[in-house]
Ligand binder design. Structure first.
Ligand code: PLP
Length: 404
């Protein structure tokens, strides 16, 4: 009954503080009013009223080369003109796979999917298939997507959200998901001591962006590697945020610890929806058609997304100076923010590795008083994209046209 469901939907959105006048996403943090983006170029986006904003989060990560980069736009246009077909791989998918394998050190074989969530779900299922075990250890506050078990204590902000009783999580998923504390090896060891023979995998964000760029303590990731080896469980790095950002080969290249499986998303699609997961050949060979674990998606590896993604990866692979440039910009931003914190007497902490950075306010300031240059529109924009970090701002600048 369409009328009934529409009126139920309207009723439900009226309950949001601030009211919502739109059928699409609208964050409470901006008063429930959506901010509609009209276009974007380089590091700038424009809303439908013509206001322009500097995009300091690169659209939550993917647009590391800035918006509407000519080579990528052209690659998408050409692919669209050739027509899209699904089901059998194209050369663009092959090219993309070869690039991923050459860039990400532990990946010997790879599969394309359509999002980071799908990549992590698929990697977990493969880990269960490979080990013949069911349980998965995840860390409170690490976010792996919006699916079922990932919502268990998924969290998105270090201080606030954890979702132990999130609606839509099945009892089975909850029973199979064990939660440990990030940077606390003892909590993982305790789970292995209790459930060792049942644990298929440990999944971790090597640098948890969603908790506010928490740095792994020295020895933590190495300890996870050792524990998983000892208990014949797989170590999965969720590199959806860190992949292609902390280095061309992601956190594993930068930090020197190799997982069994890696999940990827965001940057990998060149701005279109792509996820991927890959790892040791021995494990990946378990996937159909070479093995019994079924995984296939109607739109996976679609030529448009592969064209955008492989162009993006090619540019990153061929231009290591991009990473130096990003690092310099992030360091400059950190310096400027620190100056502003000091000048305004605001208590805050900055976490940064490479070009991933979060500023946490230890006391929430009046933002207009925090920095005169932060107009209310800018504040509204920043909050729109940082809705999940209650007291913090996440930054992931792009390498293109930044004005500082
Ligand atoms: N894993 C991590 C570390 C993420 O940050 C995200 C999304 O932000 C996901 C997985 C889910 O990816 P997607 O939003 O593409 O489904």
């Amino acid at each position: 009954n369409t009328n009934k469901s529409i009126s139920a939907f309207k009723k439900s959105i009226e309950l949001l503080p601030g009211g919502v006048n739109s059928p699409v996403r609208a964050f409470k943090s901006v008063g429930g009013n959506p901010l509609f983006i009209d276009r974007a170029k380089g590091a700038t986006v424009w809303d439908i009223d013509g206001n322009s904003y500097l995009d300091f989060v690169a659209s939550w990560g993917p647009m590391i080369l800035g918006h509407a980069r000519e080579e990528i736009v052209e690659a998408i246009q050409k692919a669209a003109e050739k027509g899209t077909s699904y089901g059998a791989p194209t050369l663009a998918e092959n090219e993309m796979a070869e690039l991923i394998i050459s860039m990400v050190p532990s990946v010997e074989k790879v599969r394309m999917v359509n999002s980071g969530t799908e990549a992590t779900m698929s990697a977990l299922r493969l880990a269960r298939g490979f080990t013949g075990k069911d349980k998965v250890v995840k860390f409170a506050g690490c976010f792996h997507g919006h699916a079922d078990s990932f919502l268990i204590k998924a969290g998105s902000g270090a201080m606030t959200l954890s979702l132990p009783d999130s609606p839509g999580v099945t009892k089975a998923a909850a029973a199979d998901t064990l939660t440990a504390e990030y940077n606390d090896l003892a909590s993982v060891e305790a789970l292995f001591n209790e459930f060792g023979s049942e644990i298929a995998a440990v999944i971790v964000e090597p640098v948890p962006g969603n908790m506010g760029v928490v740095l792994p303590k020295p020895g933590f990731l190495e300890g996870l590697r050792e524990l998983t080896n000892r208990h014949k469980a797989l170590l999965i790095f969720d590199e959806v945020i860190t992949g292609f950002r902390l280095a061309p080969g992601g956190a594993q290249e930068r930090l020197g610890v190799m997982p069994d499986l890696t999940t990827m998303g965001k940057i990998i699609g060149g701005g279109l929806p792509v996820g991927a997961y890959g790892g040791r050949k021995e494990i990946m060979d378990l996937l159909a058609p070479s093995g019994p674990v079924y995984q296939a998606g109607t739109l996976s590896g679609n030529p448009l997304a592969m064209a955008a993604g492989s162009r993006m990866l090619q540019i990153l692979n061929d231009n290591p100076s991009i990473y130096k440039d990003l690092e310099r910009k992030a360091a400059r931003l950190e310096e400027g923010l620190n100056e502003q914190l000091k000048k305004s007497g605001t208590a805050g902490v900055i976490n940064r590795i490479g070009s991933m950075m979060t500023l946490f306010f230890t006391e929430l300031p009046e933002v207009n008083g925090f920095n005169d240059a932060m107009t209310s529109d800018t504040e509204r924009y920043a909050r729109h994209f940082n809705a999940s970090l209650d007291k913090g701002f996440y930054f992931a600048p792009s390498a293109f046209e930044c004005t500082f």
